[in-house]
Ligand binder design. Structure first.
Ligand code: ADP
Length: 307
């Protein structure tokens, strides 16, 4: 039994500023932090911290940041043997500014992530055919994502597609048609269905539209409202866990990592969504992207109501 993750890896550079600079202006930052990011890396680290070692397929450049990132992944207990090393290009980066109001401004440099090709996935096809769950997001070229799904479908894998960032309608339809589980957040759900999920009826209507595009299971991440699930005629809204949220970056990625771990462990869909909600909630209580992911004990404590 295994979980595979195909997706982006970045090094995040996050600066805290009182106010964002205007065009042409320079401002001083109070504090600066660097850490692992990128949706693929966030989901892989979330899975690893929850006690399952994923097969992580991601493209990183042979540069200083790439080497640092590989060290970080190793220190998280991840197997780095399946990473693809880009000969040229730079390791992906995200340049993040956070102001005193908690707003953020992010510039992502896709770099090596955007050079992932079908040929790269061809080399990894045996890993994809063997996995039970495949976690995907859309920060790598769509042709590579599509290829990863096709190899995984030749085996027994369930495909969990995080449609982030949302692509155009034709691309989304093609990917949804070959995915088993789709996990948009509210704004991605609105972009894909034209319906903003704010309560059970709107979430149910949006989920139906997404089912019509292919996935048998739809899970809508609704921030502090929790998450809605719909599968084989069963629907439900799992309320969010009450936490003091300070930084919601990567909450959705940690949610998806938690979802895969719980399903892989044989939990029912409702229990798996609850486990995912707890993982996402804990991620909001910490700063950073992948660094915000909780461990298994913390998730179980939150679910069981222990303090
Ligand atoms: P994304 O990070 O992709 O935008 P969400 O903001 O919906 O996704 O967060 C993912 C999940 O994390 C939610 O479904 C919820 O379970 C949990 N979560 C997010 N924000 C909060 C919050 N303020 N309080 C409690 N749980 C939260």
């Amino acid at each position: 039994m295994s979980i595979a993750v195909v997706g982006s890896s970045n090094v995040d550079f996050a600066a805290r500023v009182a106010k964002f600079p205007q065009p042409g202006q320079t401002v001083s930052a109070r504090e600066y932090k660097t850490g692992p990011g990128g949706k693929g890396c966030n989901q892989a680290i979330a899975v690893a911290r929850l006690g399952v070692s994923p097969t992580f397929i991601s493209k990183i450049a042979d540069d200083l940041l790439g080497r640092q990132l590989i060290d970080t992944l190793r220190s998280e207990g991840l197997n780095t043997n399946h990473l693809i090393i880009a000969e040229e290009s730079q390791t992906g980066t995200a340049l993040i500014s956070i102001d005193d109001a908690g707003e953020n401004m992010i510039t992502v440099v896709g770099g090596a992530n955007m050079t992932m090709t079908r040929a790269d996935l061809h080399e990894k096809q045996h890993l994809l055919r063997e996995c039970d769950y495949l976690l995907l997001q859309l920060e790598c070229p769509v042709v590579a994502i599509d290829c990863a799904i096709k190899y995984a479908r030749e085996g027994k894998a369930k495909i969990i597609l995080d449609p982030a960032p949302v692509q155009d309608h034709v691309v989304m339809r093609d990917l949804l048609a070959i995915s088993d589980i789709v996990t948009p957040n509210s704004s991605e759900c609105l972009a894909m269905t034209g319906i903003e999920p704010v309560d059970m009826p709107t979430a149910r209507a949006a989920a139906q539209k997404l089912h019509d595009m292919g996935p048998e299971t739809v899970i809508i991440k609704m921030g502090r409202h929790g998450a809605f699930y719909s599968s084989a005629g069963q629907t439900g809204l799992v309320p969010a866990f009450e936490v003091t949220a300070i930084d919601t970056v990567a909450a959705g990625d940690c949610f998806n990592g938690g979802l895969a771990v719980a399903l892989h462990g044989g939990q029912s869909l409702e229990d798996a969504v609850r486990f995912a909600c707890a993982t996402g909630a804990l991620a909001t209580t910490r700063n950073g992207a992948a660094d915000a992911a909780p461990n298994l004990e913390q998730v179980l404590e939150l679910i069981e109501g222990r303090t």
